[in-house]
Design a protein. Structure first.
Length: 152
């Protein structure tokens, strides 16, 4: 069932990972391509570790990582309310509640729900860096402890 916020958008249902992950996404505008799948495949995360996905969109990368590493927890941060709603629907469609969540918020003022939660990985796609002008990267990223590193 689609929320009121996204029911006026034309939505498609698409499969990732050979049909293992189902996502709903807008028919127009940015559409999930191969980059979130590669990102999820490249992250060195173990069971019981937590990841922050900045610019989570409709949750494609987070869901692919959750499928690959069943015991990890992923928190997504997304600015666009319609994407947050679709991500929450996608999480439910893939039975990943409790393992993946997407919050509406801004990297510079993160929601208090996850502030202070220890993270082992922080990731975001390169268009996000450019669109919010994050140069230089290290001073901003230093707010979030990431012992294993960072992927961009």
């Amino acid at each position: 069932m689609q929320s009121n916020l996204v029911k006026n958008l034309e939505i498609t249902e698409d499969y990732l990972l050979g049909g293992r992950v189902l996502i709903r996404q807008p028919a127009q505008g940015y559409r999930v391509a191969i980059d979130p799948i590669f990102l999820a495949a490249s992250i060195d995360v173990q069971e019981n570790e937590s990841v922050l996905d900045i610019g989570a969109g409709v949750g494609a990368a987070s869901l692919c990582l959750a499928y690959r590493v069943p015991g990890c927890k992923i928190v997504g941060l997304e600015l666009q309310r319609s994407n947050v709603r679709l991500a929450m629907e996608n999480i439910a469609l893939n039975n990943m509640r409790g393992r993946v969540e997407v919050l509406m918020g801004d990297l510079l003022q993160p929601p208090p729900v996850w502030q202070g939660e220890p993270l082992v990985m922080l990731w975001l796609t390169l268009p996000i860096w450019k669109s919010i002008g994050l140069i230089p990267v290290p001073p901003l990223i230093s707010k979030f402890p990431t012992p294993k590193g960072m992927s961009a």
